[in-house]
Design a protein around this ligand. Sequence first.
Ligand code: VG1
Ligand code: CO
Length: 544
Amino acid sequence: MTIRTVTTTPFEGQKPGTSGLRKAVSVFQGQNYLENFVQSIFDSLDGCQGQTLVVGGDGRYYNRQAIQIILKMAAANNIGRILVGVNGIFSTPAASAVIRKNNAFGGIILSASHNPGGPNGDFGIKYNVGNGGPAPEKVTNAIFEHTKTINEYKILDAGDINLDRPGSFKLGTMEVEVIDSVNPYVELMQELFDFEKIKSLVSSDNFKMCMDSLHAVTGPYAKALFEKSLGAKEGTVQNGIPLEDFGGGHPDPNLVYAHDLVEIMFAENAPDFGAASDGDGDRNMILGNNFFVTPSDSLAVLTANATLVPGYKDGIAGVARSMPTSAAADRVAAKLGINCYETPTGWKFFGNLLDAGKATLCGEESFGTGSNHIREKDGLWAVLFWLNILAVKGESVEKIVKDHWQEYGRNFYSRHDYEEVESVPANELMNRLRSQVAEMKGKTYGNYEVDYADDFAYTDPVDGSVSQKQGIRIAFTDGSRIVFRLSGTGTKGATLRVYIESYEPDASKHDVDTQEALSPLIQLAEEIAQIKQFTGRDKPTVIT
Ligand code: VG1
Ligand code: CO
């Protein structure tokens, strides 16, 4: 087998965003596009020769072809061994678990997460480092620099590897091990949660649950966990067969896109518990009977109840949340006497805190929760965590959350997304806010007085690295807050995200509808940012 060196020229815009490089499938299919990025990964990794890498993706359209290209390029770049999931599939959390378990040098994960798939959908690729987490900015920046000057890549001339079942192969001198993609993950979950207790709840006649995998990667994982190990009825996992185009839907577990599940959970005689996960299995949505748990509240509830779960029975070291996530977890941390860290959006910022033992649980408002068991957010882990709490407490989801609000107060929270707006005016909107925040402190808008306003910058408490321009925060003296950010995962135009939060200590006011409770702040967000003028939109595309 010979190694071919192919001449190429750089592509513009191969800059990894919040979570890797995401583009339309047709862009990735373009000649040399994937190859350039993959070669740039290898070129920016010091000492990867002879090492083990993990490779897998969420099974979306182009996953198979991309994996074969990556395997042949890895062989030509002197990688020692590759662990790849059967059919080239790993959920993102499973890939993180496999990297850690095998002390791999790192891994390449193929996913565009919650973005639609199929020939007209999106594809994505990211590099994870040896701790199992997304590469930090210094690595992604180095990869990006390489993409700007790349002039050749290396690939082995060889046939495709059979990924249909576990087995060992050779590609040139490199070993390829095709491994089961579900078992290692299930085993890790069994170490963390009380499967006996969850089983007695889930298999009882008095409890009904529904798990919606949205035709994405978690189907086989969820069936193995809930239907096989935990004795839930067959059919508990719906939309459980992964499809390359996710059945044409958005594999995004929120109230808008997980509509099948929402219909079931908000019907009369709804099940007691419902959950959904996203394209690559790292996000989760938690629902009770006619009840939605915001991801920010979910993080706070898990933090408050962590000691009920075997894997966290000795307490947690700290909690971390992304900046736009509500301050509900902060209140729990204060009561527990532990630190709460506020990081920029994107799981890569939690890695150092988890490695250093400063944080045990982490969460994002975007339906992401996770812990130090891996270095990615983990959808099914969150579902099991909730089930474990339900099994111990014997209470409904709604009661647990309402009691939580009673104790800590309620952080009303909503995110308004303006998807696929034009990039130029969206950037103008942000620049205008950026130029105004310095003078906002002390200013009043109606009943609201600005406590602080800035463009969020983060100094990593472990390695001192600084990340600037992470979103405009405008916080008011009553604990309410508006945040503006542009998405770093979208592939068309720009997506403006507006995050709105208010704090209500008075339990008699906790039953107000969220949009109603937040309406003065929603109006204020429009007034301050002039969203309509810049985007031409008078309402958001998605409200969560
Ligand atoms: C979004 C979310 C962010 C999340 C990221 C990746 O990023 O807001 O919290 O970490 O997606 O999630 P952005 O830049 O579009 O706001 V996933 O499930 O795509 O790996
Ligand atoms: Co995801």
